[in-house]
Each structure stands twice: as C-alpha cells, then as structure tokens.
Design a protein around this ligand. Structure first.
Ligand code: SAH
Ligand code: SF4
Ligand code: F3S
Length: 453
C-alpha cells in the first residue's frame, strides 16, 4: 500500500487544510507514515506570511533531493498552500525535483495531479479564485477529538504588510447550514472541541447579505451540543457587542480571545491600514472584560514596521502592559513582495528591529508568567490531549483559558487513554510557558453547561 506524509507550515487554516489533504489521500488508498523518508508521497502545505516561513520551505524541499537521487526516484513531492498559490513557477524553477504544485483553491485536485505526475512530468495547477470549500472534503485528523471548522475563507481586508489576501482570495462565508451540519456530525463522532476558523471571523456573513452574523452563528453552533467552542481570528475593528455578549452567555464558548492588535501607536496602525485606534482597541478589551471578567487574552504584534520610531514602539510596550495579555505572538516585520508596505522605505534597521523585538518578547514572557502564577490554586476542567511532546510520563492538557497544563500520567494508565477527555485539574505550579498540576477524579461530566471552569 502506498503511503503519504504531510508537513504543515503556517496558520491554523493550513492545519485545517492539511487534515483535508490527509483525508483525500486516505480516500484514494494511501496510508499515513510517521517518518518523511518512508513516504511514497510527500506533501508540503506551505506558508509565505513572513520570509522565514518561505525560506524554511525551500530549505526542506531541497534537502529531499537526496532522497530521490539516493535510491527512491519514485517518491513524489507535492508543494501546495500559500507558496504554491503565490509562485508555482518559482517553486519548479528553484527545486526541479518537485513533482506537483497546487494552490489554496484546488486542494481537491491533489489526487489527480499526483496521478498525472506519475508519468514523470511535473503537474501544476493553481486557480485564481475558488468556488469550493476545502471543509467539504473528507477529513483525517491527528487529534480526533478536536476539529478545525472553517467558517470563512479568504480575506477582504487590506492590512498593508499582509500577503494573505493575495494567496487566499476574496472572503467567502460558508452557509450556516453547512457549518451546523458539519459540527453536528462531529458531535456524533465524539469530538469535544471545535475551533471556528476564518482570517476575520467577525465579518462572517458579510458576503451573504450580512445575515446571520457571527454572534448568531456562535449560538447555532453552541446549539449542536458541542462541549467546547473556540474561534480565530478576530479583527478588533469588527468585534461586535453581540459577539462579546455571546462570549458571556454561551457556556460552550471558552473564556479565551485572540485579538491581534499589531501595534500600539495610532500613526503606525493607520500606516498598517488596520482601521482602528489604540483607544478603540482598549475600549473593546474593557467591554470584553466587563462581560467575561476572567477571560484570557492573547494577541499578535509586529515590530519594525516602516516608519516605526522609538516613541511608536514605546506605545506598543505601553499597550501590552496596560492590557496585560496572558499570551502574545510577536513578529519582526517582514516585507512581502506585492503588498503596499513592501514599497515603503525600510526605515528600521535589522539591529533596531531585533532589539525592539527582544524588549517586547521579554515583557510578553513576564506577563505570561504572571498570568500563570495567578492560576495556581485553581481547579479547571481541562481537555487532555495525550502524552506531552517530550515525556510520555506526562499528560498535556488545555485549560478553558487555553493554557497548556502538564500532569503526571496516573500509574497503570497510558497517556492515550486520556486523549480527548475532559478532567478536573488542580493547578499547583506556574512556569513561564505552561502550568503543572494534578489530575482530579472522577472525570468532570462532559455536558456543555458544566465543563467550562
Ligand atoms: N488574519 C489573521 C492572521 C494573519 S497572519 C489576523 O488578521 O490576525 C498572522 C499574523 O502574522 C498577523 O496577525 C501578523 O501579526 C503577522 N504578520 C502578517 N504579515 C506579516 C509580515 N509581513 N511581517 C511580519 N508579521 C506579519
Ligand atoms: Fe492579513 Fe489583515 Fe486579512 Fe489578517 S485581516 S489576513 S492581517 S489582511
Ligand atoms: Fe501563512 Fe497562508 Fe496562513 S500565508 S499564515 S499559511 S493563510
């Protein structure tokens, strides 16, 4: 039987798409393998949001040349996702041993492209825009108890630095019926948590005469009885009072919000074309906290955007401190060809950007640790994932606030026997990036009303 391996770069949308790639491969008779070197088909699902992601891909694909020249000439290498979408020709020119290139709109074509490539000639297909939703393809997940459910694809915003709209196309919303049907099926399969995905979930429905909106969709999804719901990503400009109310009212919605702010200075926010001010952002946060006082907050931030001065950067630090994020992703600005910002003069040197990055990262680390310290002594209903990556004697789980928690595996049990179940965990110790605790017994009931805290 032929085997496949999928390597995924980039965001949660790519993780979602990789589960569909896996589902498709299995539907046409391939089986998954753990080691890339043993696979008959290797699929790279790629990201080009920053230069580093791009470079990693080219490095990894190039290093597989040895596999093909060293006795496995029949291995097929496919490159899909955002790099495939953006520069199929460049991929073929730079790494000639690639057999298949596909884009973000035609994942469904992968099996036929692989078949065509068996003749020895590369098979390439990239569509400008898509009609289909990858969600409607079969799914095969590493974590069967969790599902990524896309509610929109594409992005209609024009953030000056961002390549995503160019590689994901116009924003399109799935129908409520198709989303609710999918989640209902997932509940029947025993899935404990869904993450609703879109580049800007808050604008859900806008392309469907604006009805229903995201808040109503959340209610409909909660109505399926799914125990836990998360969503990503929220654009601050579109975070409505109704969505904030839903966070407070729907017990299945986890008390966690990822709300990328990108910058603290209004001047830079305007240059980034984010369409909100620092004041608006802080007002949204205040309202969210009024509605859900113990909500955990996370964000994305960019340092070194063209024109950023030291005083602009200090405003980012100030905003981060004022909000007191529980978690944050920080990035150094990376010019992306074809985006409006790429045409701006790069006024911030690499050294300055790096130095600012370290100052910001250090503040983020302090805040994350402080947030973890506040958690000590709490008992939380946690969704157990399985063995921790490094140590099979430890279970990894997620608190409702999306905190990573480690607990010892009880004697006589395997980590896998806990995977996908919800258990009370008493948090006993804080670390910078995770907390540890002890597993309570008996397991918490998995009804949507009682598992939240
Ligand atoms: N649609 C989501 C995710 C966009 S990509 C959103 O709007 O939040 C994820 C993150 O990558 C962004 O939030 C941003 O912080 C970062 N990012 C995007 N383009 C970038 C670039 N050119 N340089 C550095 N970081 C970038
Ligand atoms: Fe990029 Fe902005 Fe769209 Fe997010 S909202 S994907 S940052 S253009
Ligand atoms: Fe990267 Fe594409 Fe996501 S560029 S961040 S994988 S939409």
């Amino acid at each position: 039987m032929k085997s496949y391996y999928v390597r995924t770069f980039g965001c949660q949308m790519n993780k979602h798409d990789s589960e569909r790639i896996a589902g498709l491969m299995e539907a046409v008779g391939y089986v998954p393998v753990e080691e890339i070197e043993r696979a008959d088909v290797i699929v790279f699902n790629t990201c080009c949001v920053r230069e580093t992601a791009d470079e990693r891909l080219y490095g990894q694909v190039s290093s597989l040349k040895a596999l093909k020249t060293g006795g496995r000439p029949d291995v097929l290498i496919a490159v899909g996702g955002c790099v495939g979408q953006r520069d199929a020709e460049k991929v073929l020119a730079q790494v000639p041993h690639v057999d298949v290139v596909f884009g973000t709109h035609n994942i469904h074509e992968l099996p036929s492209l692989l078949e065509a490539a068996e003749s020895g000639r590369p098979a390439v297909s990239v569509l400008k825009e898509g009609e289909a939703f990858a969600s409607e393809l079969p799914r095969s997940a590493d974590k069967p108890w969790h599902a990524w459910v896309s509610i929109t694809v594409g992005c209609d915003n024009h953030c000056a630095y961002c390549i995503v709209p160019a590689v994901r196309g116009r924003e399109r919303s799935r129908t409520v019926e198709s989303i609710v049907t999918e989640v209902t099926q997932l509940v029947a399969q025993g899935v404990a948590e869904v993450t609703l995905l879109g580049q800007n979930v808050n604008s859900y429905g806008r392309d469907r005469s604006g009805k229903p909106r995201f808040a109503e969709l959340l209610q409909r999804v909660a109505g399926t009885g799914i125990p836990r719901i998360r969503f990503a990503t929220s654009h601050p400009k579109d975070l409505s009072d109704e969505t904030i109310a839903a966070l407070a009212e729907l017990p299945a919605l986890m008390p966690f919000l990822h709300l990328p702010v990108q910058h603290g200075s209004n001047r830079v926010l305007e240059a980034m074309n984010r369409d909100y001010t620092q004041e608006w952002y802080l007002d949204r946060i205040e309202r969210v906290r009024e509605a859900v006082p113990d909500i955990a907050l996370s964000t994305d931030m960019i340092v070194g955007f063209p024109g950023e001065t030291e005083s602009d950067f200090l405003q980012t630090l100030d905003l981060v401190e004022r909000v007191g994020f529980d978690h944050a992703f920080t990035f150094i600005y990376s010019p992306r060809e074809g985006t409006p910002a790429a045409a701006l003069p790069q006024t911030v040197s690499r050294e300055t950007a790096q130095e600012r990055f370290h100052r910001l990262a250090s503040l983020v680390k302090d805040l994350a640790y402080a947030s973890n310290l506040r958690e000590v002594g709490q008992q939380r209903a946690c969704l157990v994932e399985g063995a921790s990556k490094r140590d099979r004697t430890v279970l990894s789980a997620r608190t409702p606030h999306n905190r990573l928690v480690h607990v010892p595996v009880p004697e006589g049990r395997t980590p896998e026997s806990f995977s996908g179940t919800i258990h009370p965990i008493l948090i006993t110790q804080a670390h910078p990036w995770f907390v540890s605790g002890t597993l309570g017994e008996p397991p918490a009931p998995q009804s949507p009303r009682s598992d939240r805290r």
